[in-house]
Design a protein around this ligand. Structure first.
Ligand code: KG4
Ligand code: ZN
Length: 341
């Protein structure tokens, strides 16, 4: 296959409308349009997300092509997020991708959003050094909707070793933020305030789950009750202790994440360890990876910030890797909220 295949990637699984253009696995442009409308609701409102995608998708693709210096006729294939995600949001990206491909007579590629977060490690970008993990490697995928430990044997052979049995780690950040009155998405703000706080100021009970699975719903509930009791004594407790609260809850979440990742590396005997997904932008998690790399002689892989949270660059590159294997989709393939396999 032509290594210089130009791919248009479309990502619309949640609340970011994104389009990217890649030439092979080199990202030429990556445009992300976030949706401010959800802030006031402290979370994503699916109906509003779908409408915003409808408004944004054409201009976002237009800018992505412009930034790449290409015309639509230069695109050889369109890759779009098929699952998992909000169905209404996915349908906007899928319908756009199908119409674009049909109009130009070019093939379609369907992409699993979670695999794309992992395969973001194979993005070449002019801004960063190319340092992909060798196969096999272990990857902790941590996002707003998912938390998984994955054994990546090849770009097309990914085995889930463990996952959350309830909430995702990103959800734990966002829900803790909401309890403290911090706007959505809370993860990046908790990260920011935590830098000014004491991570040992408050202690929260860690969940006990066997094997490589996670659980975050108990932590959320205990944080909720803890805050309710403190706020009864002092209605200004959240504001007065914001930095310490953020640092303490962040430390607890990161400790839980790392505990199982260490176990996964030990049980597989694999020392190439990666993180991916929105929460992999978290500075405490990144520091914990550096610490464990020294302690356990791991080689660690952390994506560039722009490719951690939802972006179409990862969709374009996953599309490219699938195209290399001749895995194309048909016009009758449909997006699904959950992964069907
Ligand atoms: O991967 P992503 O953009 O979307 C999903 O696929 O869900 O992840 C979004 C999640 C949100 O929960 C957000 O709060 C969290 O990633 N997040 C962070 C940080 N940046 C984004 N969590 C903690 N620290 C951050 N710096
Ligand atoms: Zn994501």
């Amino acid at each position: 296959m032509n290594k210089k295949m130009n791919i248009l990637g479309i990502e619309s699984s949640c609340d970011d409308t994104s389009a990217a253009v890649s030439s092979g696995n080199l990202i030429l442009s990556n445009v992300i349009s976030g949706q401010e409308v959800h802030k006031q609701y402290f979370g994503v409102v699916p109906e509003l997300a779908s409408r915003a995608h409808q408004r944004n998708i054409v201009p976002v693709v237009h800018v992505a092509l412009q930034n790449a210096g290409l015309k639509k006729e230069d695109i050889d294939a369109v890759a779009y997020t098929q699952s998992p995600g909000l169905l209404g949001s996915l349908l906007v990206g899928a319908s756009f991708a199908k119409a674009f491909a049909l109009g130009l007579g070019i093939p379609l590629i369907t992409v699993n959003h979670l695999e794309a977060h992992i395969l973001a490690h194979f993005i070449r970008s002019p801004d960063t050094e190319y340092n992909p993990p060798p196969f096999p490697f272990v990857c902790l995928t941590v996002s707003g909707g998912h938390t998984q430990i994955v054994l990546v044997k090849s770009a097309s052979s990914l085995e889930i070793l463990g996952k959350t049995i309830d909430d995702a780690a990103g959800e734990a950040f966002d829900k803790a933020a909401k309890i403290m009155g911090i706007t959505y998405p809370g993860g990046p703000l908790i990260d920011k305030y935590a830098k000014l706080g004491n991570p040992d100021a408050f202690r929260f009970a860690k969940p006990r789950v066997s094997g490589l699975d996670y659980s975050f719903s108990g932590l959320k509930t205990s944080f909720l009750y803890f805050m309710r009791d403190r706020l009864k004594e002092n209605p200004r407790f959240a504001e007065e202790n914001r930095n310490d609260l953020c640092a303490s809850i962040q430390k607890t979440i990161v400790d839980v994440l790392m505990e199982k990742l260490i176990l996964a590396a030990k049980s597989t005997g694999i020392s190439h360890v990666a993180i991916a997904g929105g929460v992999s932008a978290n500075s405490a998690l990144r520091e914990a990876m550096i610490f464990q790399a020294k302690k356990n002689r791991w080689t660690t892989y952390v994506p560039d910030f722009q490719f951690c949270t939802d972006n179409a660059g990862m969709i374009a590159v996953t599309g490219y890797l699938k195209a290399c294997e001749g895995k194309f989709a048909s016009q009758s393939d449909v997006p699904t909220a959950r992964i069907s396999n």
